[in-house]
Design a protein around this ligand. Structure first.
Ligand code: ADP
Ligand code: TRP
Length: 324
């Protein structure tokens, strides 16, 4: 089965991005033909600083590789190494009604957060549909927040196929991950735009400080506590083995345990898990040529698939170029 997904390079990746998206991508490399890309064209809807965008793009690639993505098993590439996606986005925009985009909840959420409503932000779902359809994947692993975008992609595939009377695009299905929403240190959804993140590769002392500052309720030490309503326990559950998680749940319910103890354990588990990967990441970062080769090679493989699909697209709609 072919699997495709992308992560924007619009900020430093955090535990929410890992447990909500990247972890599933890396697991999929063992079972499927995988394409994962860094959505740097999408990042332009929020990042307007060239040096920062370059750095964030490298960072996402390093994060994927440090966390275990194997370029021999999965194709990792930059969206911008397949410029045909922007051509396809244009073509899809000509068969897509404005009403479809006006219903996009993520657009409304982003405007509510104060992001400038540029045409790029409005058309974001069209570029995402192009990203997907150009590789004819069967499955698109995403978090719940992206489900509507995949449904819009299915609609756009249908509009194109119907308009031109040909099954050029395969209907992709979303593969929703089971991951719960990871809470940030303030108890809201962990998100780079809320400043409440625990970063994958943050500086260890700073990350420990953030973990120790996770918001909890004011239940006294002696009193029983509800693990399911605790931001610290939510992170413990992600980082500790199941037997240990069960023991902590019991200790919560029994009372006599302060939240500080659980926080200390989260900080330890965080370091045990990410510490060795931080070293792997630093080693990779010290070999920029190797990283560039991995991305170029991935880009070449992805582009060759995209070019052959684009030849079908152009043929279906009567666009002639010197290339196809
Ligand atoms: P952010 O909210 O930090 O801007 P993005 O919207 O770029 O993150 O998220 C990229 C992907 O990471 C999302 O599709 C989602 O699946 C996952 N994700 C982000 N934050 C969380 C979270 N707190 N819990 C679970 N998954 C998350
Ligand atoms: N919109 C996705 C996000 O914010 C990133 C993305 C861009 C994507 N293109 C994609 C995800 C194609 C899956 C498939 O998380």
């Amino acid at each position: 089965m072919r699997v495709l997904s992308g992560i924007q390079s619009s900020g430093v990746l955090h535990l929410g991005n890992y447990f909500g998206a990247m972890k599933q991508h890396i697991e999929d490399q063992e079972r499927h033909e995988c394409f994962f890309f860094i959505a740097n064209y999408h990042s332009l809807t929020t990042v307007h600083d060239a040096a920062r965008l370059r750095q964030l793009t490298v960072d996402v690639a390093l994060d994927y590789l440090a966390m275990g993505l194997d370029p021999a098993k999965a194709t990792l590439f930059r969206q911008s190494d397949v410029p045909e996606v922007t051509e396809l986005a244009w073509i899809l925009s000509t068969v897509t009604g404005k009403g479809l985009l006006e219903r996009a909840t993520s657009y409304k959420d982003k405007i509510a957060k104060g992001i400038e409503p540029s045409m790029g932000l409005f058309c974001y779902p069209i570029l995402m549909a192009a990203d997907i359809l150009i590789y004819r994947p069967q499955l698109v692993p995403v978090g719940k927040d992206q489900l509507q975008h995949v449904e819009m992609t299915q609609d756009m595939a249908g509009y194109f196929n119907n308009t031109y009377g040909r099954e050029v695009f395969v209907r992709p299905e979303a593969k929703l991950n089971e991951a719960a929403i990871v809470p940030g240190v303030d108890g809201q959804k962990m998100s780079k735009s809320y400043g409440n993140t625990i970063d994958l590769f943050g500086e260890p002392k700073a990350m420990k400080k953030r973990i120790m500052a996770i918001v909890t309720d004011s239940t006294p030490v002696d009193a029983p506590k509800d693990p399911e309503n605790c931001n610290v326990f939510a992170l413990l559950k992600l980082l500790a083995p199941p037997e240990e998680t069960a023991q902590w749940a019991e200790r919560y319910r029994a009372g006599g345990m302060g939240y500080g103890e659980a926080k200390k354990r989260v900080a330890e588990l965080y370091e045990d898990f990410f510490g060795p990967k931080r070293e792997r990441r630093a080693a990779l970062a010290a070999r920029p040529d190797e990283l560039e080769n991995i991305l170029r090679d991935g880009g070449r493989r992805a582009r060759s698939v995209a070019q052959s699909v684009m030849a079908d697209v152009r043929d279906a709609c009567g666009i002639m170029t010197a290339r196809s």
